[in-house]
Design a protein around this ligand. Structure first.
Ligand code: BGC
Length: 760
């Protein structure tokens, strides 16, 4: 916006630098007028702009300027459409630029660990590849307009209960492979200007004070070069946080913590360089914001149209028995359910946007329908409703439904049940709504259910209604988009990015959520979402990746090859075999059946969306990044690709595999020093010591271990010895001299490094 550049931190006093590292108010950084450093604004986010007019508050109840309310991440995630998410990001960035906002607080890429998390509507998926790819697209889009994004909430913020104190106790593999993976992808691919640390603790340490998280992992490993900002009020100890790598504390503390920073430098407990470096980063952020070009004027109608397109692409057709959908425009329709007239279109809390307009499904159905449309609320969204009132509303709905060709019943979660700041108690729809639905289906079996919910709900009626649309929370144009899908103006193409369980008690974190006494143990480990249901071979209501269309798609035989970068490319022809144009979301899952580390049976590694006219065939290329095949090896604290034959399933959902192809992948070497504690199995796997040991064993046992009579008949000696520490062999075999063991461990191939491990 202007071409001034900020002064280097060395020209600022310590007090000025400390001031720069904490909010001047709820949403702004401090200005240093005498140095020509302006204040910049950071504000919510994530699915539109929430810029408050006044000094601001924390809970979204303040009056914010109207902005386009795009579908929240729960819906956008279901589109699986990178380009669409990027376009929505561009629009949000454009709106922010016009409002002179430097940083939009989003996207959120936390993993949906439990269906109960009150904030699941703000997150994309239970899968880190989906969350990472779509999060990166959102950051790209926002930042393409000269506005920064703030990737949040870093990290392991997977529940709202006790969010400001709870410690997410996560083992290294799930932490890396599930919970950090999406953040890593967004940081590496899209280079967000800022990352927001979360409120919670990770393995006992506040995220805001976690040097390992904010510096070793985020900056040193992933190369993050932006500003780490705290979640609002996440700083418990400003000095410790600064030393750990937290640059900007938000909101401000009216000078209290600035004085602590100054005092800590003065008494030597905080290195002055730390303050300089952080101040330099905030100044660089200010520069980035100032460098943005003058924003283009906004077209609110075009953004509303984009919100409608995005919403249409986010509605998941879960079921469509007998082709009940799309509806004929001249059908007589009974619209039932209060959400048709009072839409639930976003969740509660800091992400609540004041929309520029708001579509109602009922009105939009009336616009597209040519037959009669009646409406009955069916239930009340009020907190307290008498049984007699419920019965009256139900009867009214039954009367409307029984005389119509089709009933479209809008059900969903009351707004107060899902919000930032607390979790849900269960996954059930209100009993009055279920009773209503039963009564309507009894009166008219041609019933379509349209759901409005930010988190997964139980679907006890899945077998008894012919058609279900999962509408999630669709933003301000969701009403129009719902009508588009109902009448087939838009062919649904969204697919679930989270599993809908058959029973809530089957869900992975069921016994470990939300924890107790400020600790939550991630006891399910790697087995989050579909990884769990597949590993336990559990029936689900609708699997991860599932979603129907008004057309049908056929997949050809997939082929795979490894490209020079080490990535794997999979190609498959997809044909639209129906009579309507549509999009198909093609998914690719990998497994390594003979692998040595624990793995879920199937893990998503890539996906692509393809648009196909009726009858059209296109080849879809899916690229699996080599690093996405890696597991986190706790022995060497590093990503390792295990060598072997990977099975790659090209699928229409996690439980609808259409073509399988195998590919041989060369593994990474794992350099494990051999010690007296190394097991015989590990020594045998070592390329240098292994052959020597093998020969020695053969000689000792006359070439046939069992025949040597040391072990009873039928015992698998090799298996037993595999985990036996080599240093203790001498205690059992008198003729093994400890010096022999030491010589074996010290063996080197012409003194080169010895390497072994699953890399192979
Ligand atoms: C939320 C953030 C949000 C911030 C500012 C916090 O309570 O967790 O997501 O960006 O407030 O409103």
């Amino acid at each position: 916006m202007d071409d001034m550049t900020t002064p280097p931190p060395t020209r600022l006093s310590l007090e000025e630098k400390a001031a720069l590292l904490s909010g001047a108010d709820f949403w702004h950084t401090a200005a240093l007028e005498s140095h020509g450093v302006p204040s910049i604004m950071l504000t919510d986010g994530p699915h539109g702009l929430r810029k408050q007019r006044g000094s601001g508050d924390h809970l979204g109840i303040g009056d914010s300027v109207p902005a386009t309310c795009f579908p929240p991440a729960v819906a956008m995630g279901s589109s699986w459409d990178v380009d669409l998410v990027r376009r929505v990001g561009e629009a949000i960035g454009a709106e922010a630029a016009v409002e002179n906002v430097a940083v939009v607080l989003g996207p959120g890429v936390n993993i949906k660990r439990s269906p109960l998390c009150g904030r699941n509507f703000e997150y994309f998926s239970e899968d880190p590849v989906v969350a990472g790819v779509l999060g990166a697209a959102m950051v790209d889009g926002i930042q393409s307009r000269g506005v920064g994004a703030s990737l949040k909430h870093f990290a392991a913020n997977n529940q709202e209960t006790e969010r400001m104190r709870v410690s997410a106790d996560v083992d290294p593999r799930p932490l890396r492979e599930i919970y950090l993976r999406a953040f890593q992808r967004v940081v590496e691919d899209a280079r967000p200007w800022t990352v927001m640390c979360s409120y919670n603790r990770v393995n006992g340490v506040y995220a805001s004070e976690d040097r390992w998280l904010l510096t070793s992992v985020l900056r040193d490993e992933w190369g993050f070069d932006g500003v780490v900002v705290s979640d609002w009020g996440a700083v418990d100890d400003r000095v410790r946080a600064l030393a750990a790598g937290l640059d900007l504390e938000m909101p401000g503390s009216r000078g209290t913590t600035n004085a602590q920073v100054v005092a800590a430098v003065a008494d030597g407990s905080l290195d002055a360089d730390v303050v300089d470096v952080a101040a330099g980063r905030v100044l660089a952020l200010v520069d980035r914001a100032r460098a943005a070009a003058e924003p283009a004027p906004l077209d609110a109608d075009a953004h509303h149209a984009l919100a409608r397109e995005a919403a249409g692409r986010s509605i998941v057709l879960l079921k469509n028995e007998g082709g009940l959908l799309p509806l004929a425009r001249d059908a007589s329709i009974a619209v039932v359910g209060a959400f048709a007239a009072e839409p639930r279109y976003q969740g509660a809390g800091s992400s609540m946007i004041t929309p520029t307009r708001l579509d109602h499904a009922l009105d939009e159905i009336r616009v597209l329908a040519t037959g009669s449309v009646t409406y009955a609320a069916g239930f009340s969204t009020a907190v307290e409703v008498s049984e007699s009132e419920s019965a009256r509303l139900r009867e009214e709905a039954v009367a409307a439904a029984s005389t119509a060709d089709v009933a479209v019943v809008f059900l969903g979660l009351p707004a107060r049940l899902e919000s930032e700041g607390y979790d849900r108690d269960d996954v059930d729809l209100p009993a009055a709504q279920l009773a209503l639905l039963q009564a309507v289906v009894d009166a008219n079996p041609n019933t379509v259910v349209v759901l409005s919910n930010g988190g997964v709900v139980a679907l006890p009626f899945a077998a008894s209604v012919p058609a279900i649309l999962e509408g999630w929370l669709l933003g301000q144009a969701g009403g129009g988009a719902t009508a588009d899908v109902l009448f087939g103006a838009v062919n649904p193409s969204a697919k679930l990015t989270e599993t809908v369980p058959r029973r809530f008690a089957d869900s992975p974190a069921y016994l470990d959520f939300p924890g107790e006494f400020s600790h939550v143990r991630y006891g399910e480990g790697l087995f989050v979402g579909y990884r769990w249901y597949d590993a336990r071979d559990l029936e689900v209501a609708y699997p991860f990746g599932h979603g129907l269309s008004y057309t049908t798609f056929e997949y050809g035989m997939a082929s795979a090859s490894t490209v020079p970068t080490g990535d794997v490319e999979v190609r498959v022809a997809v044909t639209n075999t129906g009579s309507t144009a549509g999009h198909e979301v093609v998914q690719l899952y990998s497994s390594l059946p003979a692998g040595v580390v624990q793995r879920p049976p199937r893990e998503l590694k890539a996906f692509a969306t393809v648009a196909l006219e009726a009858g059209e065939t296109r080849e879809v290329t899916l690229r699996v990044r080599r690093r996405d095949l890696a597991y986190w090896d706790v022995r060497v604290d590093s990503w390792i690709v295990e060598g072997g034959t990977y099975v790659l399933d090209v699928a229409a959902s996690s439980r609808d595999v259409r073509s399988t192809v195998r590919v041989d992948v060369v593994g990474d070497p794992v350099a494990l020093p051999l010690t007296r504690s190394s097991s015989i199995g590990e020594v045998l796997a070592n390329p240098v010591a292994g052959p020597i040991l093998r020969a020695a064993i053969a000689e000792m046992m006359g070439g046939a271990p069992d025949a040597a009579g040391i072990m009873p008949e039928g015992v698998d000696l090799q298996k037993m010895l595999d985990s036996f520490p080599i240093g203790r062999v001498g205690m059992f075999a008198a003729d093994v001299d400890p010096a022999m063991v030491d010589a074996l461990l010290a063996a080197r191939p012409s003194d080169g490094a010895s390497e072994s491990g699953p890399g192979g």
